[in-house]
Write a protein that binds this ligand. Structure first.
Ligand code: FES
Length: 121
C-alpha cells in the first residue's frame, strides 16, 4: 500500500510552499507590496530563498521567458529579453546591457514549509 504524505495547506499570508521550487530553481509569484501587487522572483538554494522584483533594470521588462520560468546558469539568473545576467545572491548585473545595476530585492523568509514576505518587505 502506498503511503501518501499529506500536503500542508498554505496559510493566507504565504507566497508559496518551499517544495514548489526545486532546489537551485526559481519561480515567480504575485505578492502584495507597498506599491500594490507585483511579480516577485523567488530563487531557492537549499532552505534559503532570495526574492527580487520581477523587473529588469535594463528596460523594465519581466525576466522570465514564460510565467515563472527563468534562465538559470552557474549561479546566475539571465533576463530572457536581452540577456542581462544577474548574481542570484545579490542581484548584481554582472554582464549584459545593464552591467553594474541591481535587481530590486524583496525580503522574504522561510517559515516551516512556506515562504512569506518578511515583515520589512
Ligand atoms: S529587459 Fe532585461 S536585459 Fe533588457
Amino acid at each position: 500500500m502506498d503511503t501518501v504524505t499529506p500536503v500542508e495547506p498554505l496559510d493566507e499570508q504565504a507566497l508559496c510552499r518551499l517544495d514548489e521550487i526545486p532546489d537551485g530553481g526559481a519561480t515567480a509569484v504575485d505578492a502584495m507590496l507597498a506599491d500594490g501587487v507585483e511579480s516577485v522572483i523567488l530563487l531557492r538554494h537549499g532552505e534559503q530563498v532570495d526574492g527580487y522584483l520581477n523587473v529588469c533594470p535594463h528596460a523594465g521588462r519581466r525576466l522570465d521567458y514564460a510565467p515563472g520560468k527563468f534562465l538559470l546558469k552557474n549561479g546566475t539568473l539571465i533576463c530572457a529579453v536581452h540577456g542581462a545576467t544577474f548574481n542570484r545572491t545579490d542581484g548584481l548585473c554582472v554582464a549584459g546591457p545593464c552591467r553594474g545595476e541591481h535587481l530590486s530585492p524583496v525580503a522574504v523568509r522561510v517559515q516551516g514549509s512556506a515562504i512569506h514576505l518578511a515583515d520589512d518587505a
